[in-house]
Design a protein around this ligand. Structure first.
Ligand SMILES: [Zn+2]
Length: 118
């Protein structure tokens, strides 16, 4: 299961960061997910919820930030978004759009709440 492996590596990053900064409780985790990764956000959240139990991120809400496929078209000079990596430029029909986003899968932000003591 694709999303479970991804959720696990995201959680690893979050826990590592939390430890490095001495965070006791993570409240929100933002994740940038490129369209090219074919990750289902609901499924990713579900997996994250399953594995976060018992960690400092147990209360953390996963916020998925979708990143569309996009890049620069050398033929018309426009910056365009594509529905898939092999699509033609929607402006001029050129096939040489150089994609530079939409393939990322990374932790964008980690929010913690250390004011609350338990
Ligand atoms: Zn174009």
């Amino acid at each position: 299961m694709h999303e479970l492996a991804i959720a696990q590596s995201l959680l690893d990053i979050v826990l590592e960061e939390a430890q490095r900064h001495g965070v006791g409780k993570v409240t929100r985790v933002g994740v940038k997910v490129g369209a090219f990764c074919s990750v289902v956000p609901d499924s990713l959240s579900f997996c994250f919820d399953l594995i976060k139990e018992g960690t400092v991120a147990a209360q953390a809400a996963l916020v998925v930030l979708p990143v569309p496929l996009a890049g620069q078209c050398p033929d018309c000079g426009q910056r365009v978004e594509l529905p898939d990596p092999f699509a033609a430029c929607p402006v001029c029909g050129g096939l040489r759009v150089g994609l530079d986003q939409g393939q990322e899968l990374l932790v964008d932000f980690i929010e913690s709440d250390d004011s609350e003591s338990e």
